[in-house]
Every structure is written in C-alpha cells, then in structure tokens.
Design a binder for this molecule. Structure first.
Ligand code: SF4
Ligand code: SF4
Length: 614
C-alpha cells in the first residue's frame, strides 16, 4: 500500500523511542485504561518538529494506564489512496482508526490548520459536529497556542484546554478513566470536565449576536460551566515534563534536532505578539536541570544539533553560563548549539563565536518596523544604533548574511514608516561598505522578509484594523522600489492566507459553516502555499455579510470579543491601556524593569512579584 505514496515513512511509525504498549495494553482492564490519539493537523515533518507533540506524548505515555499514539494529516497522495480504497485514517503506532480511540486530542498551532482538523476527523470516521457524536465516538479535545480563541471551531470540538496542557491533561485523563469505570454518558462526563479549571466545553455556552453580526455576549447555559474559563499554568517550569527520550523520525523533518525549552513566556510585551501575552508570566528552567537533560538527550538521540528554545532566548538569566556549561558536552561530539530567538540588543559576540565554531548561521534582526516612532508604537525595544553596532561587530567577525524581519500594515503606519525600512536596510548595507575589504567577507547577502500584520486576540492590537489588499500592494510596491539592490532579496507573505488567518483568529462561531464549506469544496493543508486555494475561502466567506472585511475592521473600545469568556491572566483593561499608549507612541517597560500589573501578578511566579525571578 505504501509503495505508491511519497515518503512512506510518514505513515509507518516504529521510530526510535516511539512507544508501543499494544502487547500489554489491550488485554484486561480496558475500562480503567485510556487509549488516546494525539493528532497534529499537518504533515508528519511539521508535527514531528513540534516540541508540544513530544511533550504531550511523553506525558501521556508516562501514565501506565494510558496509551497515546500519534496521527498526522496525510499528504494528498496518501489521502487519495485512503479515500479510493475506503480506508480510515489511522494512528502510527498500531494502525487504529481514529474513531476507535477513547480520546482524540488535536494540537492546534495555527488557524490555517482548521480544514485539516475536519479532514482528519472525517477520514478517521468521527462525526464532525460535537452534537452528532454518540456514546461510542471518541472525545475530541483541542489545545495549543491558539486555544484562547477557537470559537470558529467550537461546533466541532467537545472540549478545549486553555493554557498549558501539561497541567490539565492528567486530570482530564483521570476523568476519562472515571467515565469508563462508572459508565458515565458523554454529557455527564462533559459536565464533570467543565468543572476543571482550564477546560472549556463550547456546547455549554450560548453566543448572542447584534443585528450587524457583532457578538453581543457569550454566556454559560450549563450549571457546571464557569462564566470565565481560567487558563492553566505551570508555576514551576522545573516540574514540567521535558522529553529526554524524544522520538527520532526516520525521515528528515523540518527541525532535525534535540531541543530543550529553557524559558516559557516572555517579559517584553511587543504589542502585536499573542504568545508574548498569553504565555505570561515568564518562567525559566534551572541551569542544572538543563545540563542533566542535555546529557540524557545526547545519549538518547544521536542528533547533531541541540536547540535551546524559548520565545526570547537571550532573556535566560544566565545564558552565557548555560552555554558555557553545555559546550564541553556538545563540542567534542560536534553537536551544534542553536539559539533561535536571540535578541540583538543582548547579542554577545564572544558567545556567538564560541557557538558558531562549527557552523556560522546568518545574523537575524527582527525590528518589525522601519522607524523608531513605529517601533515605539509596537513596543519593540530595538534601536537603530543597536542594530548598526551589532551589524558592524558581526561583519568584522566574519558574518556576511543578514536577515531582517518587518511587518507591513501595523497600526498607525505611514508611508514614512515604510520608507524607514528602506533607509534602515541601506544604513546597514552602508556599515558593510564602509568597512575595509580586508576586514570583512567578500559578499554581503541581505534578506528582507515582510509579513502582513495580523491583529490577534489577547494583544493590545486586538482592537486594530487589518489593512486590505490594495493598501498592502501599495506598501509592497513602495518597498520594492526603494530596495532595488542586487545584494537584497525581498520576501513577502501571501496576502490572502494572511487575511484569512486574521479573519479566523479574531473570528466567532459564525465561521464554523464557512470552514465547513471551504473544506467540503476542497480546502486542505491551507498553511501550505502550494495547496492554499483562496477562491474557495472567498466563496465560503460570502455566507458572512461583509465577508472578510467584517473581521478586518477596527473594533470599538467596548465591543464584546468572541474570546471575552477566556481568562489568560492578562486582563482587558491592561490591554486597552496598552492600545491607548500605542496610539500615543508611548512604550511600556519589560517585566524585568517594572511590573505593569498586567493581571498575571495573581500567579505570583516567574518574573512576577513574589516569583523566583522577580
Ligand atoms: S520579544 Fe516580543 S515578539 Fe518576541 S516573544 Fe517576546 S513579546 Fe513576542
Ligand atoms: S504581572 Fe507584572 S511582571 Fe507579571 S507578567 Fe504582568 S507585567 Fe509582567
């Protein structure tokens, strides 16, 4: 069967460190055991590069009465094969159809995966709507970074986990065991689950709309469903599962490396950044624990690269100490240390030289905006002087590749701000040109990547308008005209998919039929440029008066958001003050410098007052 499909190893399982409990699991006592499928609605190569999948897999399989298997979205060829032969979508470990699991958990990381979720449920033999599922169907649970607003997917999901899954999942598994033991029906189970903090049962809430389509309110219509769902949070990151025996894929995946999460959350407060707010407060792992984990990872994997992951790696309180302690482990084995998400104002070139002894990556700056005025609006704390100084040092030390990331369409952006990108790039190139030839490499390569600003829930810009196609095209034209230089490559994000991401991310339940229609018309793996079919979405969005424009509009200060019944710690008043400050061009200090009492102080952990890092 697999001979005819591309990359068959995507579907076979059996990788090093994969767990197969089938020999002991399926015998007796099935009613006290939980069989779970962990689904990632994208291809194997993407899902297997995702740390959350490895964490949840290790966590669930750490319980002897739970057997967690994996399932990824099949590529088109495999999907066609399954359809043509009337075969269901199955798990990797034992080839079990999704419909036969007790629980199907979907890890959701981006909105453009929604149609793939529907496809996986359908191909797995599970009714799409929660209202259509019977007692024999699995519970469909979703979680992940975008769980703070999954309203467009609400009718398709039984439960949503808000916040860090490691906290709520073991309790939920306990409830599933109880359900099986006591023979509870689905509704009784959902009621008991709804009482757990961080668990959202969408069918227990009713949404009312204004005549123009805005949400008037969302209220609990079940006695066990709280008015506000509180996110779950791991107070002590040292207690969180860190997989030291990750599954090693048999084929090349996007990130072929071992990883350690050194920090969770971010202290910076860039006003466009959803993860920066929803993962607050910043917490970190002890250096000693990371060192021990690194040793185990090296022994258990054989990878040639180790990634130190976080949203902002330079914020680790003793990054230099950590790196210097790891180098004796990695250096002799020719393992590269990779530190993504380095902030340039904290870039230490001595350290970078040590790290880059074996391989020199490009230098990446993410100023996001071209002028200091706009960087203040978005609270991005990088100055032009920082960048020029860092670039000069980098060029003198042999770096010759520069990557710059900007957003177009940010709130208050003017033509001068777009021109500011051109000016900034030119200044950085001038730094290179001004260096004596013998002190730098031969040729400079600059990549300028621009994305399209997408207002996200739980950010100060959740009220902002998203620009339209014509405005975007004008900005791109201006930039392209200003950056004609053979040393500069200009890259854009696709407009239509970014617009759709914006629509879905601030969307409400009225989008569920839109997603369904797009999927029925053939939308699948929408996050892939080559598979994205904007015309299907455009057609489906005709169901909504105003179409995409309805969701792109600026929100009034008191508009009820579809996500207002979610509590991620950061409160709405704080975000509104941040929005007002943004429009005045005022910045807010990072959590390190001053606590702005964003709402997360109640957790009293990490960088917050009373926490270990404060
Ligand atoms: S530094 Fe800014 S953009 Fe980066 S994770 Fe933190 S808040 Fe987000
Ligand atoms: S309460 Fe203060 S320190 Fe904690 S995340 Fe909010 S602003 Fe930062």
């Amino acid at each position: 069967m697999l001979r005819g499909v591309n990359k068959p190893a995507r579907y076979t399982g059996g990788e090093l460190n994969a767990v197969d409990k089938s020999a002991s699991f399926f015998g007796s006592d099935r009613d006290r055991k939980v069989h779970a499928a962990l689904c990632f609605p994208d291809l194997y190569e993407i899902g297997m590069s995702n740390l959350a999948i490895q964490i949840l897999y290790a966590l669930l399989n750490g319980d002897q009465d739970t057997f967690c298997e994996r399932c990824f979205a099949p590529d088109f060829d495999m999907r066609d094969y399954l359809k043509e032969n009337g075969l269901p979508l199955t798990s990797l470990e034992t080839g079990t159809p999704l419909a036969d699991f007790d629980l199907v958990g979907v890890s959701l990381h981006y909105e453009l995966a929604y149609t793939s979720v529907l496809d996986m449920l359908h191909m797995g033999g599970i009714p799409l709507f929660n209202s259509e599922r019977s007692e024999k169907d699995p519970l469909v649970i979703a979680g992940g970074p975008i769980a703070c607003n999954l309203e467009p997917m609400a009718p398709f999901l039984d439960l949503i986990l808000l916040g860090e899954g490691e906290e709520a999942l073991p309790q939920l598994i306990g409830l599933v065991k109880e359900k099986k033991r006591q023979g509870l029906d689905r509704q009784a189970f959902l009621a008991s689950a709804a009482r757990l903090p961080g668990v959202y049962v969408p069918s227990f809430y009713q949404v009312d709309y204004e005549p123009d389509g805005r949400v008037e309110g969302i209220r609990s219509v079940h006695p066990d469903a709280a008015d506000k769902v509180e996110k779950r949070l791991i107070a002590d990151l040292n207690q969180a599962v860190m997989p030291n025996q990750p599954i090693i894929p048999n084929i090349e995946v996007v990130h072929d490396r071992m990883v350690m999460e050194i920090l969770r959350g971010c202290a910076r407060g860039c006003r466009f950044c959803q993860a920066g707010f929803t993962y607050r407060p910043l917490r970190e792992r002890d250096r000693g624990l990371l060192f021990e984990t690194a040793k185990q990872l090296i022994d258990n994997t054989g990878y040639e690269e180790m990634g130190l992951l976080s949203l902002s790696t330079t914020d680790y309180s003793d990054l230099e100490g950590l790196v210097r302690s790891l180098l004796p482990l990695t250096g002799p084995r020719h393992i590269n240390l990779s530190l993504p998400s380095l902030r340039l104002d904290a870039f230490d070139f001595d350290l970078a030289r040590e790290i880059a002894k074996t391989r020199r990556a490009g230098l990446t700056f993410a100023p996001e905006a071209g002028t200091q005025r706009l960087r203040d609006v978005i609270n991005k704390n990088i100055s032009e002087d920082d960048m020029i100084r860092a670039a000069r040092t980098a060029f003198l030390n042999g770096w010759d590749r520069l990557k710059l990331y900007f957003m177009l369409g940010l709130p208050t952006e003017t033509d001068e701000d777009v021109e500011g990108i051109v000016t900034l790039v030119r200044k950085l190139i001038a730094v290179w040109d001004d260096l004596p030839r013998e002190q730098r490499s031969k040729r400079l390569n600059v990549t300028v990547s621009t994305s399209y600003f997408i207002p996200k829930p739980f950010t100060p810009f959740q009220w902002a308008r998203q620009i339209n196609r014509e405005e975007m095209a004008a900005k791109q034209e201006q930039l392209a005209a200003g950056l004609r230089d053979r040393r500069v490559s200009l890259r854009w994000n696709d407009f239509s998919s970014s617009e759709l991401e914006g629509v879905l991310s601030r969307g409400d339940r009225r989008l569920a039929p839109v997603i369904l229609q797009a999927w029925q018309a053939g939308a699948y793996l929408d996050a892939w440029h080559e598979h994205f079919k904007p015309e299907l979405w455009q057609k489906a969005l005709e169901q909504i008066p105003g179409g995409a424009g309805f969701y792109r509009r600026e929100r009034s200060p008191d508009e009820h958001f579809p996500w207002d019944h979610m509590d991620v710690g950061v409160n709405r008043n704080f975000l509104r003050e941040e929005w007002d400050k943004a429009t005045r061009g005022e910045t807010t200090p990072s959590c390190y410098d001053l606590c702005s009492a964003c709402g997360c102080q109640v957790y009293m952990t990490g960088v917050c007052p009373g926490g270990s890092m404060s």
